[in-house]
Design a protein. Structure first.
Lengths: 523, 119
């Protein structure tokens, strides 16, 4: 029970921070949802990073490595190290600028103004909300898994998940964005420091250390795959290059971009981001693979491997501190996800359709809080079914958001893009997600749906039944298809008014080719 | 064909310090320069470097290799991608130093309300 005590202490601190933030929060929508766009550089970086670190990054990566080997780091982490900072550099900075300039608080608000649309924006809202909910569920599953594993079942999964859900809800309910950001700072510092500690302590306590263990694994034909990519097909490895495009499209990440006080906050963020990814993913993937060798009895739930390794080789005291570190990473993004959903519903639906005019700023904040309560409760009951983390997240949330990236790129960089191009892309993404869901639900793993010349074209992979096309994940075709529809349909339809185009692409920011001499006037 | 159809707005201002804010110059004259921004000689080399890094991510030559073990315990494939991650950080440093969109730093609020779209 010692680890659980540390975790409860941590959860109490999180709740306190939320209440502390509540006292500093003004009763305005912009302050509750965006902390009045006042987040400084260091806090912005730590919070943005915590927003992106989830149960997937911690437990899911170790669990995935447990079954597929250390190649999972290259599969997800190193590709994220390039793609995510690049999207922050190109897209995040420009999102910040349009948010600062025009007062946008959500992606949909930006799309509506950029393309002069209404119902299309509402459709994109429902699509993104539907895709964000699985991510929310992942966090609750992660929290419940941690508490159950660290207490040997004394705190059952259902109760653990409920505790995490309530603490997150309390922090966000009272503190809004300010509460979420303050907690993120604590969480990122905690996890970065304890992650390294866990790695060193487990390595020290492992019989023979890491070197001896890895050498034995390399010499053992049954376990050598854990050190290579023999269980990761090459097309799948390539497909995962598209997955990190989802990061900037996650509503909670985009909304975080709006909170920075200055655009220069992105400078340090994009440079340090890869290093922080490595600090978390490398130990987790490595320990997951090592765990598959040192723990003889196969785990029913691979996502528990990191916690099992902590308990076996780090002792209860350190396991408790490290457990708090893990749960901090899980909850860090959960705060933002639930707040993002609340922000989206309040601004894109309630306020947009007249709620703020009728009920005022206080009414807006009240609705935001009520939505937090309802959405979190619904997510908790879905989480009770406990699907394996990656199986839930990858097909739906990651793929869907990655495939919407061309829509954002078109909005920010292409004057000729239209609302119908955006709609076509969004419909394509929605249709693909529904099709994938139906296929994976209907067909057993290892089923070939379509083949040509004896070669499978459309099939479901073993053992999880993931649907692939010629071996590539659907995200590849979804993203390319989305780009295709944005371009083609935009060119076939009328653009927004010139006034709107000039508003978002002011002449002062456009490259010109004049050769006029400079005009000098007294200041 | 209308050149605006496919015109994309990737505007990079003059190189700036990587991790510090540029200082505003002081002058008692307002100089209205020609609107053509100076060409950034770093743009295409850094774009090419980013694409190269993307290609290098698919290290098929390490696929089934576990040895050599770097530092005695890191399989070569994992060590390669750890080094790759550090290379990404260096690349982003160069992007920030040479391609930072300084024109965005002056973004100010033009509307006092959040988005007011046409219904």
């Amino acid at each position: 029970m010692i680890p659980a005590l540390f975790i409860f202490a941590y959860l109490a601190v999180v709740l306190y921070i939320g209440i502390f933030a509540f006292r500093r929060t003004k009763a305005t929508g912009e302050d509750f949802f965006l902390a009045s766009r006042s987040i400084g550089h260091i806090v912005f970086f730590l919070s943005l990073f915590a927003t992106n670190m989830t149960a997937v990054a911690i437990l899911g990566s170790a669990g995935f490595s447990y079954t597929r080997g250390v190649g999972v780091y290259g599969l997800m982490a190193s590709s994220s190290s390039l793609v995510i900072p690049m999207t922050l550099f190109f897209i995040g900075t420009r999102l910040w600028a349009v948010g600062r300039r025009f007062g946008h608080m959500t992606q949909v608000a930006f799309f509506r103004d950029r393309w002069e649309c209404s119902a299309i924006g509402t459709f994109i809202f429902f699509l993104t909300a539907a895709m964000l909910i699985p991510y929310l569920i992942v966090s609750i599953i992660g929290g419940g898994t941690i508490l159950e594993a660290l207490t040997d079942g004394h705190i059952p999964f259902a109760l653990g998940g409920a505790i995490v859900a309530i603490v997150v809800m309390g922090n966000v309910f009272f503190g809004g964005m300010r509460g979420a950001v303050y907690v993120n700072v604590l969480q990122t510092l905690l996890f970065l420091s304890v992650g390294l500690t866990a790695f060193l302590v487990i390595g020290h306590n492992l019989p023979g250390g890491f070197a001896h263990t890895v050498q034995q694994m390399a010499a053992d034909p049954a376990h050598r795959f854990l050190l290579t990519r023999d269980r990761i097909p090459r097309p799948e490895f390539l497909s995962y290059l598209f997955i990190p495009l989802s990061s900037i499209m996650f509503p909670h990440m985009a909304i975080m971009c709006f909170t920075a006080k200055q655009v220069t906050a992105f400078r340090k963020t994009v440079v340090l981001y890869p290093i922080c990814i490595m600090a978390i993913w490398l130990p987790c993937c490595f320990l997951g693979a090592i765990g598959a060798y040192v723990i003889a009895k196969p785990l029913k739930i691979p996502d528990e491997i990191l916690l099992r390794m902590l308990k076996l080789h780090a002792g209860p005291l350190l396991a408790g501190v490290l457990g708090a570190g893990i749960i901090s990473a899980v909850m860090g993004s959960d705060c933002h996800q639930i707040l993002a959903l609340s922000t989206m519903f309040t601004k894109d639906v309630f306020d947009y359709y007249g709620g703020r005019k009728r009920f005022g700023e206080r009414g807006t904040v009240f609705v935001g809080r009520a939505f937090i309560l309802i959405a979190n409760t619904a997510a908790y009951f879905v989480a009770l079914r406990r699907p394996q983390i990656f199986g839930v997240v990858v097909p739906y949330a990651f793929s869907g958001f990655a495939a919407l990236a061309p829509v954002m790129v078109a909005a920010l960089f292409w004057k000729r893009s239209t609302k119908y191009g955006a709609l076509a892309a969004a419909l394509w993404v929605a249709a693909c997600l529904i099709a994938i869901g139906l296929i994976e639900h209907h067909y057993a793993p290892g089923t070939t749906l379509l083949s040509a010349g004896g070669r499978p074209i459309l099939f479901t992979m073993k053992p999880r039944g993931q649907f692939v096309i010629v071996g590539y994940l659907p995200v590849v075709f979804m993203t390319l298809g989305s780009a295709f529809f944005v371009i083609v349909v935009s060119l076939l339809t009328a653009p927004p008014s010139q006034a709107t185009v000039d508003k978002y692409f002011p002449r002062s920011e456009q490259p010109r080719h004049t050769t006029a001499a400079p005009i000098v006037v007294p200041a | 064909m209308n050149r605006d159809l496919l015109q994309c707005q990737f505007v990079h201002a003059a190189p700036a310090s990587a991790l510090t804010t540029p200082r505003a110059s002081q002058s008692n004259l307002l100089v209205m320069e020609p609107t053509t921004p100076p060409k950034n000689r770093w743009r295409w080399p850094l774009y090419a470097l980013a694409i190269l890094l993307l290609i290098l991510h698919q290290d098929t030559w390490n696929w089934s290799r576990a040895e050599p073990l770097l530092l005695g315990f890191l399989p070569i494939g994992l060590a390669y991608h750890a080094a790759y991650t550090l290379a990404c950080s260096v690349l982003l440093f160069l992007f920030v130093k040479h391609l930072w969109p300084t024109h965005l730093e002056s973004a100010t609020r033009e509307s006092s309300t959040d988005s007011s779209t046409n219904k």
